[in-house]
Design a protein around this ligand. Structure first.
Ligand code: ZN
Length: 177
């Protein structure tokens, strides 16, 4: 697979006209969304986001486990000028069906020691299994809003995207909170 990627890169670079873009997002928004492969080349277009427009943070299930996503959102707000945050979940999210027992079995099959797996505590929490796509968006918005290092001056919106059509529904309008 690496060779395929490198070959594609050679062809891309050969045909690409470099343009100069600022690292600060032109639309001043940060988006926390899922790593789902079906959102790649899809979600930005569906939201009118072009190259250089927004900070996009992706993880499994657009959820907050530990501080890493918060760190990126804080960087987007305090270092990069983002003035709004969008949490965008999607229908048919794989993390709504994450099975910790299966994950554990696969880990052990691939040589991970059981004691190391057990050391993380609740594996479902660690892996970021979500309670349902919409509920997860609502909870994630609340977690971000209530974090002591996230300013109340920045609205946190919650949306859910239909993975088939790209249509979003607003679950939380941060301007109305
Ligand atoms: Zn997902």
């Amino acid at each position: 697979m690496l060779n395929e990627v490198l070959k594609a890169n050679d062809e891309f670079v050969e045909n690409f006209e470099p343009v100069s873009l600022d690292h600060l997002p032109q639309k001043k928004i940060a988006i926390l969304t899922c790593m789902d492969c079906r959102l790649t080349g899809f979600l930005p277009d569906a939201l009118g986001i072009g190259r250089g427009d927004a900070k996009i943070i992706r993880n499994a299930g657009n959820t907050i486990v530990g501080e890493d996503a918060i760190r990126s959102i804080a960087a987007a707000i305090y270092s990069l000028g983002c003035e709004e945050v969008l949490v965008v979940g999607h229908t048919e999210c794989g993390m709504a069906h994450a099975d910790p027992a299966k994950v554990k079995a696969k880990m052990m099959e691939m040589g991970i020691a059981e004691e190391d797996i057990d050391a993380v505590g609740d594996l479902a929490t660690w892996i970021g299994a979500i309670p349902g796509e919409e509920k997860n968006v609502l909870e994630t918005v609340e977690t971000i809003k209530n974090h002591p290092l996230i300013t109340a001056e920045v609205p946190i919106h919650g949306l859910i995207m239909d993975i088939a059509t790209g249509k979003v529904d607003v679950l939380v309008n941060g301007n109305e909170e």
